[in-house]
Ligand binder design. Structure first.
Ligand code: GLU
Length: 470
């Protein structure tokens, strides 16, 4: 059975790259009716926090990425990691090293001066029993180093094809620190083995760790999983995606009103494609189409505009009642009361084809929730004419007497008034829009007026005329 895992360190929020790695693992296991685990790599106690574990969990749940079994905390398995270090030692694949930091630092400097790459000189591999005993008696601090064998380490990466490392280029790396804690490469191998992981799908940045991990698998006589290293995500400037490019944490997108379905769909297409032109795809369609060998070799570029487009498509396709539920917290966040759901549903149908994120309902549609506090400067210059006050006043009169207050009737009255005054309808439409929305653009004016209601519209036009009359 195929088993994959996502293994974040809880030292920060779930970020775009991590989420994409998790999704690829999840898709691969779901596609193959396998299992997917979430392993929290929390051995760095100083930098890890409960809060970040929760944030990662929340982020994945929000995206609809679920996992099998309980959370696996790496820190609860340190004994197993340590035991494996001693197994390696007992089988002659590792050795104690008593060299002090100062000694090693000196050797590192020497290599630097000679301009040769530094590598541990294996001094402690060749210690006599008597020397070892002496160091032990002195109570010297010691680490365990892995004894890298001769030869080459080759693996067939699903994404990159054959990757080859000369073992002579790999240092006899430490597997157990002097404080008794195992290093990352050791913990990962032991956990992946114990969890029965068959496929390791992770970021490209781990490629250089892979030969070390393979050597550990081999030394312990364990099956080696299949590796797929997913290319980095870059910003539009082709530099590694970072805060400089804007939001990188998944929760920041949630807070702005991206829909999880859109985010999920978008992340799937960062470095993977179904091989045809489909872009908007349901989770089921993506699982069906997912093929790990179609993960691209070259880095993916994070295209914010595409994400926004995709989100707007998902908003457009979403049921209004569902949108209502999602929208309420945004409205409250901006300090507006949700007085009537009916009213909100009308706002939703007017606005849903015009927004990119849920937040836009409130930022572009502020006038649905409060009278305009200011008016678009350019709009004022353009649309406020000498006769504007007078024609708006006439329009208010017509509205006052309008029994059947709805978009069609409003439009009829407005056209009739324009005819009477011998002006273009635009000379009414533009200043009215400015008066009731404060903006130059909005959804269809008559519909907006209907939704806002007669009292609000009249109050706003009066206030507008008053303000600019003189
Ligand atoms: N904890 C590692 C990281 O966050 C993941 C290691 C792995 O996937 O093997 O980069």
């Amino acid at each position: 059975m195929i088993k994959t895992r996502f293994a974040p360190s809880p030292t920060g929020h779930l970020h775009i790259g991590g989420a994409r790695t998790a999704i690829f693992n999840w898709l691969f296991s779901r596609k193959n009716k396998g299992e997917f685990y979430l392993r929290i790599e929390d051995t760095d106690k100083e930098r890890s926090s409960e809060e970040m574990v929760q944030s990662i969990v929340d982020g994945l749940k929000w995206l609809g990425v679920d996992w099998d079994g309980d959370l696996y905390f790496q820190s609860q398995h340190i004994d197993e990691h340590v035991k494996a270090c001693y197994d390696l030692l007992n089988r002659g694949h590792a050795y104690f090293c008593y060299c002090s930091e100062e000694e090693l630092e000196m050797k590192r400097k020497e290599a630097e001066e000679k301009k040769i790459p530094y590598k541990y000189d294996r001094k402690c591999l060749y210690l006599t029993e008597a020397e070892k005993l002496k160091f032990e008696k002195e109570g010297r601090a010691k680490v365990i180093r892995f004894k890298v064998p001769d030869g080459e380490t080759i693996f067939n990466d699903v994404v990159h094809g054959e990757i080859k490392f000369k073992n002579s280029e790999i240092d006899d790396f430490i597997i157990l620190r002097s404080d008794g804690t195992p290093v990352y490469n050791m913990a990962v191998v032991v956990d992946d083995h114990n969890m029965g992981i068959t496929h390791v799908i992770r970021g490209d940045d781990h490629i250089s760790n892979t030969p070390k991990q393979i050597l550990i698998y081999q030394a312990l006589g364990w099956d080696i999983p299949v590796f797929a290293h997913v290319p980095l995500i870059l910003g539009p400037d082709k530099k590694r995606l970072s805060k400089r490019h804007g939001a990188t944490a998944v929760i920041e997108y949630r807070e702005r009103g991206f829909l999880p379905e859109a985010m999920f769909n978008f992340l799937c297409l960062l470095g993977w494609s179904p091989g045809d032109n489909r872009e908007i795809m349901s989770v089921e369609e993506i699982i069906e189409a997912f093929d790990i060998s179609r993960i691209q070799k070259k880095s993916a570029i994070f295209d914010q505009a595409k994400l926004e487009w995709m989100n707007s498509e998902y908003i457009r396709r979403k049921d209004n009642f569902e949108l209502l539920k999602l929208l309420k917290p945004f409205i409250q966040k901006y300090g507006y009361e949700v007085e009537s759901e009916d009213y909100l549903l009308k706002v939703i149908s007017l606005m849903k084809s015009r927004v990119k994120v849920l937040e836009d309902f409130v930022t572009f549609g502020r006038y649905f929730f409060e009278d305009p506090l200011q008016y678009d400067e350019e709009g004022l210059k353009k649309y406020w004419k000498e006769n504007t006050a007078e024609i708006l006043e006439s329009f208010i009169e017509r509205l006052e007497n309008l029994e059947d207050y709805n978009a069609i009737e409003i439009e009829k009255r407005l056209r009739a008034l324009a005819m009477e005054k011998n002006i273009k309808t635009a000379e009414l439409i533009h200043p009215i829009r400015l008066a009731i929305t404060g903006m130059k653009v909005s959804p269809g004016l008559f519909e907006v007026m209907e939704v806002l209601g007669k009292n609000t519209v009249m109050r706003r036009i009066k206030k507008f005329v008053e303000k600019f009359k003189n």
